[in-house]
Write a protein that binds this ligand. Structure first.
Ligand code: FAD
Length: 313
């Protein structure tokens, strides 16, 4: 069975949920191997838990502080010996850049923003502001696939987790751009918007009062999003914006509150697995794409919903 390389997405060794999703997808295609680039102790147990059969550990002392180019070289060098059936990377801004650079190095086809990957490597993507669903497959070289968060429910399957310490040589050209400072964003205490399994968003219909939206988000353990109208009104920073000119999310559950459902907003959320909307206008276009819709005032409906969920916990 072909080895499938998964680039581990982590923060100081804490493995992100997207990696567990990639390992789950990798198991559909072949035998998952994780590639961990980092210093300190590798998160072997965390990666084994989601099925990593092998864990390539690359100490990043030499490449830490450089931009993404060295990571593409790491994957290139591991691929040269492992000869994998595919390489899976998280479809973040960084992941997509690594995928593109790696594709050039390997002479391979690359697919980004996949929302699903089948056992034969066929991917599903949502394109042109969500107006088309495309199925694509890499036909040349080692398929390199960048997969969006929440593309699969992570499955716990014990893998062998054989650690393979791996030495790599990084070219000077890959070290041509260096990070001079990095400032972690202040944590909201909620999950990251693009990674969250549940997103609760508010639009102009909130009238600027996100209390009910945030209370529902907190009881669900969700991230908070916003429409551009809410962001342009200064109610939430741009980092909260969902849509064509904001973030594209694909959670298990998306709850749109006081959002009309403009095409530019849909572009950022319509691949969500289940969509719920609360809107006081029963003609609002958002109701065309929902799985469940509530016609009502969000300031009444959301507190009732939050109270009900709290009572059932
Ligand atoms: P509205 O369209 O004003 O809708 C508000 C809704 O709230 C209405 O349906 C109303 O019935 C409902 N409502 C009002 N009060 C209540 C209440 N008390 N309870 C329940 N419901 C209530 N938009 C984005 O969101 N993201 C983008 O990335 C984005 N990019 C854009 C890019 C371009 C180039 C352009 C031209 C536009 C873009 N837009 C984007 C803007 C988009 O076209 C819409 O203007 C915007 O999405 C509208 O936001 P909204 O739904 O919150 O507001």
């Amino acid at each position: 069975m072909a080895e499938i390389l998964v680039l581990v997405d982590h923060v100081d060794g804490a493995v992100r949920k997207t990696t567990n999703e990639l390992l789950t997808i990798a198991r559909r295609i072949g035998e998952p191997s994780a590639v961990f680039i980092g210093s300190g102790e590798a998160p072997v147990e965390a990666l084994k838990k989601f099925g990593a059969e092998k864990i390539y550990v690359v100490d990043d002392a030499e490449i830490k502080g450089y931009l993404v180019a060295p990571k593409a070289e790491v994957l290139q060098q591991i691929a040269a010996t492992a000869n994998p059936g595919a390489i899976l990377i998280s479809s973040s801004a960084e992941g997509k850049e690594i995928a593109g650079r790696l594709a050039i190095k390997l002479g391979s086809g690359v697919i980004t923003d996949a929302v699903d990957v089948a056992a034969d490597g066929t991917t599903t993507q949502s394109v042109f502001a969500g107006n088309f669903t495309v199925n694509a497959k890499v036909t040349q070289g080692t398929p390199i696939i960048a997969v969006k968060p929440n593309a699969a429910a992570p499955e716990e399957v014990a893998g062998a987790g054989a650690v393979v310490p791996t030495a790599v040589t990084i070219s000077d050209v890959a070290k041509a751009a260096q990070i001079v400072a990095s400032q972690p964003r202040q944590s909201t205490g909620r999950p990251e918007l693009t990674e969250a399994a549940i997103v609760v968003s508010g639009g102009r219909g909130t009238g600027g009062d996100f209390t009910a939206v945030e209370a529902l988000a907190d009881v669900l353990g969700a991230a908070v999003g916003a429409s551009r109208a809410a962001v342009d009104s200064g109610w939430k920073p741009h980092t909260f914006q969902v849509g064509q000119t904001g973030k594209v999310v694909s959670p298990q559950l998306y709850v749109a509150n006081g959002i009309s459902g403009a095409i530019q907003h849909r572009a950022g959320m319509q691949t969500s697995k289940t969509i719920v909307a609360v809107n006081k206008d029963e003609e609002a276009p958002i109701f065309e794409l929902v799985d469940f819709g509530v016609v009502g005032d969000l300031h009444t409906v959301l507190p009732a919903l939050t109270a009900e969920i709290t009572a059932r916990k």
